[in-house]
Design a protein. Structure first.
Length: 418
């Protein structure tokens, strides 16, 4: 089959990989002259397979007022008149039940474990991929004794779901990651997960593009998909200005831009941007930078070592589609990082970045068919797009090819979300 993939971020590229491996002829389109220049560019670099619980949960609603009133809080809300924003918020609030949170977490863990197995296979199968991939392990740091106690309480439950994790006291945290010595006295404890990985998402995408080009995948870059139009036989066509793009089957993997384009052909997906920031800091040769991946639980900031660089990422601002850099938010992120890893590197030389997470209210991606017979979705991976990319892509490839899927996809389908 000829398949047109719209979007050359990490989701579109991995989709193209599994479709190509399944014997399909694939064309991939993106509006930028290079791949992965939007949300897949400088994310938190976490392949965080055991930490997939959605943001929507019973504990979150009571925290929101505090987060919304403090300008240095991990989450900010900038209200607007956009009806899509209010619809998304309403669905988010409805998803904040324990029952929904547990159900979504179970499905996401199945998807993330599949993604981990596929990522490991991909790394073995494609030795030319060069993307600072390290099986680093992750330490989630708790500063508050109550928060640590409830994280320890969750370990048993997590184990029943297949996560192997260890609780560490503050001394053991510093032993496992000596770069944490500056905050030694602020640590209540940590949860260590050996099976987590870190890697550079942008370099992954660029390496994968090379592999795909060698296998005959056609790239149409600098091509803005301007419209989807209904066509005879209950199908749609994708257009770039006056040119119809090739492809019998069309996959939408446009990240945050997906919802608006899909709406024009009557397909509604609950994807809305959650704006986040990152800093990429050159590590000093004599510096003390972390080697394992670290998450500062209370501050919601993640740290990953990418060779001679350290990536710091965090913040979730509900602020529409603007990609404007907010100096105040970046300064907060930088202050947090300098306090935890003061000797890691040259903070004055940090690269600053902003990205829009394509978030769904329940935290579940949307993978599968639409009511339009040749239109498919791989969207809404939110804060986990790099982590879940391989699993989502393989599932969609199998659905298009009409092969059995590795896990049940009902929960991720457009119709299976009630
Ligand atoms: C601060 C931050 C930290 C994050 N940290 C992590 C992390 O540690 N681990 C993790 O797993 N995930 C993380 N994420 C999430 C992850 O980066 C995203 O889920 C993922 O990159 C989404 O990929 P995508 O391909 O769907 O979207 P994108 O990468 O945005 O790709 C969509 C592509 O579609 C193209 N496009 C859009 N509209 C059009 C059009 N009309 N015509 C043609 N092309 C178009 C864009 O140019 C873009 O290249 C983070 C995100 C942020 C913002």
């Amino acid at each position: 089959m000829d398949v047109l993939v719209l979007g050359a971020g990490v989701i579109g590229l991995t989709t193209a990989y599994y479709l190509n491996a399944g014997g399909h002829r694939v064309t991939i389109v993106d509006r930028h002259p290079e791949v992965a220049l939007e949300t897949s560019y400088a994310n938190g670099a976490q392949l965080s397979y055991s930490y997939v619980a959605p943001l929507a949960g019973p504990g979150i609603l009571s925290k929101i007022p505090g987060w919304l009133t403090r300008s240095d809080s991990p989450m900010r809300f900038h209200p607007s008149l956009d009806p899509d924003l209010w619809r998304w918020c309403l669905q988010f609030v409805r998803a904040c039940t324990r029952q929904q949170n547990v159900r979504s977490t179970r499905y996401l863990l199945q998807l993330s474990f599949l993604s981990r197995a596929l990522m490991h296979k991909l790394v073995d199968d494609e030795p030319s991929l060069d993307f600072n991939y390290v099986r680093s392990g992750k330490l989630v740091l708790h500063r508050d004794a109550n928060a640590f106690a409830s994280a320890v309480g969750l370990l048993e439950f997590q184990r029943t779901l297949g996560c192997e994790q260890q609780a560490l006291d503050h001394e053991a945290c510093v032993q496992i990651e000596p770069a944490l010595k500056a905050v030694r006295n602020q640590i209540a404890g940590g949860i260590y997960t050996a099976s987590e990985d870190t890697a550079d998402c942008y370099r992954f995408c660029v390496s994968l593009e090379k592999v795909l080009r060698e296998r005959g995948v056609v790239f149409e870059l600098a091509t803005d998909v301007s419209a989807l139009k209904h066509a005879p036989g209950g199908r749609v066509e994708a257009w770039a200005g006056t040119r119809r793009l090739p492809g019998e089957q069309i996959v939408v993997a446009l990240g945050c831009a997906s919802a608006k384009l899909l709406k024009t052909v009557g397909v509604g997906v609950p994807v809305y941007p959650l704006k986040g920031y990152s800093l990429t800091i050159p590590v000093r040769s004599c510096g003390i930078a972390p080697v394992i991946s670290v998450t500062d639980f209370a501050r919601k900031v993640v740290y990953a070592r990418l060779g001679e660089r350290m990536r710091v990422a965090g913040m979730a601002d509900i602020a529409g589609y603007s990609r404007a850099l907010n100096g105040h938010r970046l300064a907060t992120l930088r202050r947090e990082a300098e306090a935890v890893f003061p000797e890691a590197g040259d903070y004055s030389a940090a690269d600053e970045w902003v990205g829009l997470r394509p978030a769904t209210p329940r935290g579940l991606p949307v993978i599968g068919p639409t009511p339009i017979r040749n239109l498919w979705l791989n969207v809404g991976q939110g804060a986990l797009g790099f982590t879940l990319a391989t699993g989502c892509a393989q599932l969609l490839g199998d659905l298009i090819t009409q092969r059995p899927t590795a896990i049940d996809c009902t929960m991720f389908s457009l119709g299976g979300r009630s």
